[in-house]
Design a protein. Structure first.
Length: 274
């Protein structure tokens, strides 16, 4: 009788062990790092972070392939070429003065207002801000690559092919020279694009991580830009400039030490690093 009970207990332990192994293997088999942070039906969801009482939202951008560049703009927007990107997250808005102040303890902006985008920040300043932000959050925030920026501006895999980010009517989505009254404006003052991103066109230009360089005709995957250069890319147009610069494909570049009252930033983070 005692032996029977011992055998029964041993058998139950074996069954529990095999059940655990089966469940573990199933989880490993079905794990997809790009789907971390999803609803029950696999839909990617927003990520909200809080730093010293200031919250900001990162929007998911599902990976995919798109045509980068334009045949109707400047020569540096050519050739139009295919780019494939992995899933990532990008800021719902430009980095606000409130967030910059919370992280850095100061505000360099000319046009002050807690919900206005921070400006007068160089590419190097942005790197220092991101380093401090990562130390506070334990995350790996960064600037978007130029390709990530354009893909998100175009609406990612929800793109409707608009000229500007979210519309063919620039006034609906952008603060630029004709409507800005010579100033930045609070974020979310215009309509968002297909991904729910605000001010990808207009308000302030936004630094990207890449060195500025010519495009390649070949299909590229997760491009990082040239390995070296003289100037860093910035995108999106701003309150001081014409509508043509608010196009999704428009490019520009400055030295990494440059600061202007129409130049800010937007955060990005890889899906597997948030």
């Amino acid at each position: 009788m005692i032996m029977g009970i011992k055998n029964w207990v041993a058998m139950k332990k074996c069954l529990c062990f095999f059940s655990f192994c089966s469940l573990f293997c199933s989880c490993v088999k079905n794990f997809d790092p790009d789907l971390v942070g999803t609803t029950s039906d696999g839909k990617l969801i927003d990520e909200i972070f809080t730093v010293k009482g200031v919250s900001f939202t990162m929007k998911p951008v599902s990976g995919g392939t798109f045509e980068m560049g334009s045949l109707s703009g400047s020569l540096d927007e050519q050739p139009v070429h295919s780019v494939t990107l992995s899933t990532y997250y990008i800021g719902e808005t430009e980095v606000t003065q409130e967030l910059w102040q919370a992280v850095m303890g100061g505000n360099p902006s000319r046009f002050t207002g807690s919900q206005r985008p921070v400006e007068q920040v160089s590419w190097n300043d942005c790197q220092e801000f991101i380093e401090q932000l990562n130390a506070l959050t334990g995350k790996k925030f960064r600037l978007p690559t130029e390709a990530e920026w354009e893909y998100a501006a175009r609406g990612g895999n929800k793109s409707k092919g608009y000229i500007y980010s979210g519309s063919n009517d620039v006034d609906a989505v952008a603060w630029y020279s004709d409507n800005s009254e010579s100033s930045t404006h609070e974020v979310k003052g215009k309509l968002p694009n297909e991904l729910g991103l605000y001010d990808m066109s207009g308000n302030v230009w936004e630094w990207c991580s890449d060195w500025y360089g010519s495009y390649s005709e070949a299909l590229v995957t997760n491009p990082q830009g040239p390995s070296s250069g003289s100037n860093r890319v910035f995108r999106g147009g701003g309150w001081r400039h014409a509508a043509v610069y608010c196009r999704c494909a428009s490019r520009n570049a400055y030295m990494s030490t440059s600061t202007y009252y129409y130049l800010g930033l937007r955060l990005a983070i890889s899906a597997t690093e948030r």
